[in-house]
Design a binder for this molecule. Structure first.
Ligand code: C5P
Length: 222
């Protein structure tokens, strides 16, 4: 029987992709299914945490009994995350937030009889980096990174630049890892410099291992 070892914790989870509109009927998105974030919500709830999920469109239903805030764009996600952040003891940012959005939103549907359109993109704010700049010492910040090249180097610099306590690195170029599958292959990187490489396992198992480490990190802040 799993102990309710997250009782008293308020875990804020983000999951899924964001949608960045171009015109009233079109948007740019990515392949995130939200499965990793949902697995974290499920396990955190079973282990006694109060869970708030902020997500884009998901390919599966969130567990009953958690608070679910639905958003579409990265800018909406930013607003809601910043609003919820002060109440959270830990934030686990599993969402695949779009790094860019169309620079302008066309009021009417773009027609095909005109010239071929050029889509100009602009950078979205990095929500996790913003949390890293404003977090309290008692708040644990966990980020995800999906890399296809220079996986470790990119992960280590992300951990540092975003001021995270922990980074979950997945090498999405490996079969059985990353987007839209039920398993993952991850490596945990910690602020302390410690690193742990995990074998292939279910996303629920990964979720439990992440939550174990969140508890350990939280206990060091008290
Ligand atoms: O830098 P990169 O986007 O790869 O970092 C991934 C991590 O940062 C994820 O935890 C993701 O949820 C978060 N992120 C964010 N805001 C963005 C982009 C990524 O919070 N605009």
């Amino acid at each position: 029987l799993m102990p309710r070892d997250l009782q008293g914790e308020h875990i804020l989870v983000t999951a899924g992709p964001t949608e960045e509109p171009l015109d009233p009927v079109r948007f740019i998105t990515n392949r995130s299914s939200g499965k990793m974030g949902l697995a974290i919500c499920k396990r955190a709830q079973i282990r006694g945490a109060e869970v708030t999920l902020i997500s884009g469109p998901l390919k599966a239903e969130p567990p009953n009994g958690i608070r679910h805030i639905r958003i579409r764009t990265a800018l909406e996600m930013r607003d809601r995350v910043l609003e919820e952040f002060p109440r959270a003891s830990a934030v686990i940012k599993a969402a695949a937030v779009a790094d860019f959005r169309p620079a302008s939103l066309e009021r009417d549907k773009i027609k095909k009889d005109g010239m071929e359109p050029t889509i100009v993109l602009t950078k979205n704010p990095d929500i996790l980096a913003e949390l890293g700049r404003t977090k309290r010492p008692d708040q644990i910040l966990v980020g995800f990174a999906a890399e296809t090249r220079d996986v470790l180097e990119n992960g280590r610099s992300k951990l540092k630049n975003k001021n995270l306590d922990m980074l979950v690195l997945n090498d999405v170029s490996k079969p059985g890892a990353g987007f839209d599958c039920d398993t993952n292959i991850v490596r945990f990187l910690f602020r302390s410099g410690e690193e742990e490489q995990m074998d292939i396992m279910s996303k629920e198992k990964v979720a439990d291992l992440i939550l174990d480490r969140v508890i350990r990190l939280r206990s060091k802040t008290e």
